[in-house]
Design a protein. Structure first.
Length: 259
């Protein structure tokens, strides 16, 4: 029998599709989700809203489509999430913390105990932009055949949703066998801030660095991008975020007094 505390874990895993151009792909993605027990679908600025074609390809997952949330920006889709993983099919100019698909599923289930988590998929033709990927704590790449790595959107959703489900079932099995569950450290993970709080921290950093002259508004360079990467690797908890913001407030006061 499934532990009630585990039943809500999959409900805390959110699949986010960004700027999808073909509604049939949304329907196929919904089908892929439901076969793995996932139901939380968020559509970010879809070019074509789900219609009869999408419902046909959902093959019985029309409830996932009907309950899908539609928002305008990725920020809206993930603002209350404590962990966000973005899918990337290619290496970027500035490398980001990476997860393998197996560890991605494990980490999503591990942290779904404490807050909503999101797995973000980009456009069919071009994926996620660099700015969108910078909103993610980690990136994940499916290690497909390098000579033919053509995965469509629904295939990618199916592959990573499968890894989420395998991690969920492993945890369920631990509970069923009354073994010690080590997949999550609640005392530690509960301290992580949600995206809304980390975005406030990044904005505070940018304001403070502009006040000291470290960032020149007309030539900002990659300072904030590199800072995001650094802090994503560190994953500061709530207390550490408050400490950093206190330090930044002190820097701002000193810069103002000096002026």
């Amino acid at each position: 029998m499934l532990d009630p505390s585990l039943g809500s874990l999959l409900d805390n895993v959110r699949i986010v599709l960004v700027n999808t151009s073909d509604c049939r792909n949304i329907g196929s993605a919904a089908r892929a989700m439901k076969t793995m027990g996932l139901s939380q679908l968020v559509l970010v600025d879809p070019i074509e809203m789900p219609n009869g074609q999408a419902q046909a390809l959902s093959a019985g997952a029309s409830d996932v489509l009907a309950n899908a949330k539609v928002v305008s920006t990725l920020e809206e889709a993930i603002t209350d999430c404590g962990l966000v993983v973005g899918t990337s099919a290619r290496s970027r100019t500035l490398p980001w913390p990476m997860l393998e698909p197996r560890s991605c599923g494990e980490k999503l289930i591990e942290e779904a105990h404490n807050f909503p988590v999101a797995l973000v998929f980009g456009r069919e033709s071009s994926g996620l932009t660099n700015d969108e990927l910078q909103l993610c704590h980690f990136h994940v790449q499916i290690p497909a055949n390098p000579e033919y790595s053509s995965l469509n959107l629904a295939m990618a959703v199916q592959t990573l949703s499968y890894e989420v489900r395998m991690s969920y079932l492993a945890l369920e099995n631990q509970k069923h066998n009354n073994t010690e569950v080590t997949a999550t450290n609640v005392e530690e993970d509960e301290e992580y801030p949600v995206v809304e709080e980390t975005e406030r921290l990044y904005q505070h950093f940018e304001d403070a660095l502009k006040a000291t002259g470290f960032i020149v508004p007309s030539h900002p360079g990659l300072v904030m991008t590199k800072l995001r990467r650094l802090l994503n690797r560190a994953r500061p908890d709530n207390k550490e975020v408050k400490m950093l913001r206190g330090m930044l407030a002190s820097v701002e006061r000193a810069a103002k007094n000096k002026a």
